[in-house]
Design a protein around this ligand. Structure first.
Ligand code: 5CA
Ligand code: ZN
Length: 405
């Protein structure tokens, strides 16, 4: 699948401390991506509506990891998927009377232009579910051969009891798993299932799009898509599995379990990274609720996308927070001050601010501390000693590491 353009990146500012991120599975900070190659799988959009600021916050977060690894000299094997066939997409296409493929193509194209406007680096592989159907059915066949699947009617399900480690990523009480599964695309009440939480891998609706396969005609379930794409492109285990916190259960629990069992591995990811939900008007910003602030609307209203990015960076990624126009206004003022300071011929020395920036980012992406360090340098530049070329050097580090030009 075509991704989007990579902006030109400046040179890294020297030796970087190792990146430590909060791992949802262990509940601790872990060093992530310590080898020559660093691998990351991030759950991409379901393209039935435009990119909102919650999506943007999630992809900016993983962009910071991508940039930090690149600046550290790593080869970054980054995969992002695109769920271009699933229930919400088909439901939207059905209710609007549009062809589901056209809807997906249009919204994916919009996503690409939003990502580009926000200076989010493209993944090395941008992979759609539809183009991955052979890989998905091959993974299902592998699970079938291991005895980890069963049929309910013609649909194929995964037997979660085949994984003794199932549930360890989230460690939730059974009652809560059921509630979340029901809310987030599962069918725990369907008769004929071995375990209520077992997810569908291959479904055979009569009036739905279907692909021929050795399993019979059908279409993939959601979790198997990410398990199959991640294993096909990256192998198991990967360094970072990422997405918004709303994906931790059931999606990441299920996809990790499917990948582990099909590959006979102990772990799927060394680190599970989850972004806090961005809210608006008192609820999680979501396509289904419709309380959206869209990236494209901000851009077409003339807002500088770098101000949107700075507003997102103003929040530490793990927090749940509310978008407000006030945050955007603050970010616009900050951007103007930074640009004035970066445009000066001479400015305050940058060695301290550069190490503060690196320390902040390497400590679980503490972006508020990183922005505060640059703010202090801007203040010092307005009053203190002037070093020729300093402003350019810091502008390059801010561009490379924070993605703010
Ligand atoms: N296609 C699946 C993942 S395989 C999916 O969840 N698509 S999505 O379009 O619904 O969401 C795309 C990404 O944005 C996910 O990582 C999701 O967790 C994240 N996301 C959605 N809403 C918000 C929000 N309000 N705040 C932060 N992140 C969000
Ligand atoms: Zn996913």
């Amino acid at each position: 699948m075509r991704s989007w353009r990579t902006p030109r990146l400046p040179e890294p500012p020297g030796n970087l401390p190792p990146l430590r991120l909060f791992d949802s599975a262990s509940g601790r900070l872990q060093e992530c991506g310590t080898g020559r190659h660093a691998s990351m799988y991030v759950c991409g959009i379901t393209p039935y509506d435009a990119t909102h600021l919650g999506h943007a916050a999630t992809y900016v977060t993983f962009d910071l990891i991508h940039r930090y690894w690149l600046a550290s000299g790593r080869i970054v094997d980054y995969v992002q998927n695109l769920t271009d066939i699933d229930d919400p997409l088909l439901e939207r296409a059905f209710s609007s009377g549009e062809d589901w493929r056209e809807l997906a193509e249009r919204e994916t194209e919009l996503f690409r232009s939003d990502m580009q406007a926000l200076r989010i680096l493209p993944p090395r592989w941008y992979v759609g579910a539809v183009e991955s159907i052979p890989a998905i059915t091959a993974t299902i066949s592998q699970l079938e051969a291991l005895g980890a699947t069963y049929r309910v009617g013609q649909d194929i399900y995964y037997d979660t009891s085949c994984d003794p480690g199932f549930g360890q990523l989230n460690r939730l009480p059974a009652s809560q798993m059921l509630v979340l599964d029901r809310e987030r695309g599962g069918d725990p009440d369907r008769p004929g299932k071995r375990n209520a939480l077992d997810p569908v891998l291959w479904r055979t609706g009569t009036d739905e799009p279907a692909w021929d396969s050795p399993l019979g005609p059908g279409r993939p379930g959601w979790h198997i898509e990410c398990a199959a794409i991640a294993t096909e492109f990256l192998g198991v285990p990967i360094d970072v599995q990422g997405g918004g916190g709303d994906l931790a259960f059931p999606h990441h629990e299920m996809s990790a379990s499917l990948a582990k069992v099909s590959e006979a591995e102990q772990r799927f990811a060394r680190c599970y990274v989850h972004v806090g939900m961005v809210g608006y008007q008192g609820a999680k910003m979501s396509k289904s609720l419709g309380n959206l602030v869209l990236v494209k609307d901000q851009v077409s209203a003339g807002v500088d996308p770098m101000a949107v990015r700075l507003a997102l960076l103003g929040q530490q990624y793990r927090k749940t927070w509310e978008w407000s126009p006030r945050l955007l206004a603050q970010a616009q003022r900050r951007l103007t001050r930074w640009r004035q300071a970066f445009d000066a011929d001479a400015a305050a020395p940058v060695s301290d601010v550069t190490s503060e920036l690196l320390d902040a980012l390497s400590t679980d992406l503490d972006t508020p501390a990183a922005l505060a360090a640059v703010d202090r340098w801007v203040d010092a530049s307005a009053t203190g000693a002037a070093v020729p070329g300093a402003a350019r050097r810091l502008a390059d580090s801010v561009d490379l590491l924070l993605g703010v030009k």
